[in-house]
Structures are given as structure tokens and as C-alpha cells.
Ligand binder design. Structure first.
Ligand code: SF4
Length: 97
């Protein structure tokens, strides 16, 4: 195929946006995060400070832009997980030691 051969790209042929943009949720592993603040600078829409040395996600909504993925890629200790299920809600079950 070459330009000008009469082929028209219809809108239904346009590539779909990457699936992760609609279906992934971000989580910060509190036992792993060292509080570098990189995610806060990279994706302030998705992350906020939590305590003195931790970060957390701002909401339980799925991430809808590449900033959260960039933050996960830049996190020096890989504390940010992009997962395919929403964060657990409700009370945390007690654990036995
Ligand atoms: S970039 Fe990683 S280590 Fe730094 S604050 Fe965010 S989650 Fe924590």
C-alpha cells in the first residue's frame, strides 16, 4: 500500500488505547516505600504523602494516564504496583501471630 492508493482509514480501524489505561489500579507497598518522593513529583494527581516516610495513592479509582506508570517505572525500590483489581475496601481482617 502506498499513499494515495485510495485506502481510507475509518475510525473503527483506529488503534484502541492501551488496555492498562482503563483497567489498572496503583498501589504503594508501605513496607517497601522509602519515601523518596519521586512518585509525588512524577504523578501528583495519583500519589500523596502518607506519614513522614511513605507515599500512598490519592484515590481508589483506576489510573487513566501514563503518569502513574512513569512513577512505577521511576520508583527506586519498585514499591508501586499497577494491578488489575481495585484495592480492597472495608475493614482489614485481624491476623494471628
Ligand atoms: S517513588 Fe517509590 S519509594 Fe519514592 S515515595 Fe513513591 S512509592 Fe515511595
Amino acid at each position: 500500500m502506498s499513499p494515495g492508493d485510495g485506502h481510507v482509514i475509518r475510525s473503527e480501524e483506529a488503534p484502541e488505547p492501551p488496555a492498562w489505561q482503563e483497567t489498572l489500579w496503583a498501589r504503594v507497598e508501605p513496607g517497601v516505600c522509602i519515601g523518596s518522593g519521586i512518585c509525588l513529583a512524577t504523578a501528583p494527581r495519583h500519589f500523596e504523602p502518607s506519614g513522614h516516610t511513605h507515599s500512598r495513592t490519592r484515590s481508589d479509582a483506576p489510573v487513566a494516564d501514563s503518569a502513574a506508570r512513569d512513577a512505577a517505572d521511576l520508583c527506586p525500590v519498585e514499591a508501586i504496583r499497577l494491578v488489575g483489581t481495585p484495592p480492597a475496601t472495608g475493614p482489614v481482617a485481624p491476623t494471628s501471630l
